[in-house]
Ligand binder design. Structure first.
Ligand code: 5RP
Length: 220
């Protein structure tokens, strides 16, 4: 029997529930895999205090399930942050931001002790960069940042029509072979006008749950 990509996402998302501790506030990411996690979280909502959300979309879904959503500023620490990824390596470095929520995702994940990454097996890669790297920019800086990205060897493309939850724009960077993601994450952050980039390498995942043909594989 073979599983569809959605079934694999759902299996990984449901497996993440075992990391949710009683009476805690859970950090929640964004995307189609996380939507399955939110739906699974609803079935154990009596166990938790609530959630901190990384996007307006996730907030809406959490609230629709009757899960209380806290402002991150009210929360000192989070035990876990659960989120998907667009690409991940064996070193647990990721590209994220396909859903344009990268900045809030990076902020909420920074507060969490453990980042639980939930993916289907198509997201595993030997080297990051086949998936275009999202960079959130202040709108005024878009062209300047694009020119600086060209100097770093990337091909920037403005994601037309997308405005982030923070009111900013996204540049997707194509044709990068990211051999040193920690270095590139820092280099991109040095460009004036960049809010965040979608490399999650300085702070990668701690636990990866992969929905695959065997069910769910856990990597610690
Ligand atoms: C959103 C993200 C998502 O985690 C990433 O795009 C994966 O999404 P999906 O679970 O839909 O494949 O970073 O900004």
């Amino acid at each position: 029997m073979s599983f569809s990509q959605d079934e694999k996402k759902q299996a990984a998302a449901e497996a993440a529930c075992k990391f949710v501790l009683n009476d805690t506030i859970v950090g929640v990411g964004t995307g189609s895999t996380v939507n399955y996690f939110i739906d699974a979280l609803a079935s154990i909502k009596h166990k938790i205090k609530g959630a901190v959300s990384s996007s307006e979309a996730s907030t809406k879904r959490l609230k629709a399930h009757g899960i209380e959503v806290f402002d991150l500023n009210e929360v000192d620490s989070l035990d876990i942050y659960v989120d998907g990824a667009d690409e991940i390596t064996e070193h647990k470095h990721m590209i994220k931001g396909g859903g344009a929520a990268l900045t809030r995702e990076k902020i909420v994940s920074a507060v969490a002790k453990t980042f639980v990454c939930i993916i289907d097996d198509t997201k595993q890669v030997p080297i990051l960069g086949s998936f275009p790297l999202p960079v959130e920019v202040i709108p005024l800086a878009r062209s300047y940042v694009a020119r600086e990205i060209v100097k770093l060897g990337g091909d920037p493309e403005y994601r037309m029509g997308t405005v982030t939850d923070n009111g900013n724009h996204i540049i997707d960077v194509h044709n990068l072979s990211i051999v040193d993601p920690i270095k590139l994450e820092s280099q991109l952050n040095q460009i004036v006008g960049v809010v965040t980039n979608g490399l999650f390498a300085v702070r990668g995942a701690n636990i990866v749950l992969i929905g695959d043909e065997s069910g769910v594989t856990e990597i610690n």
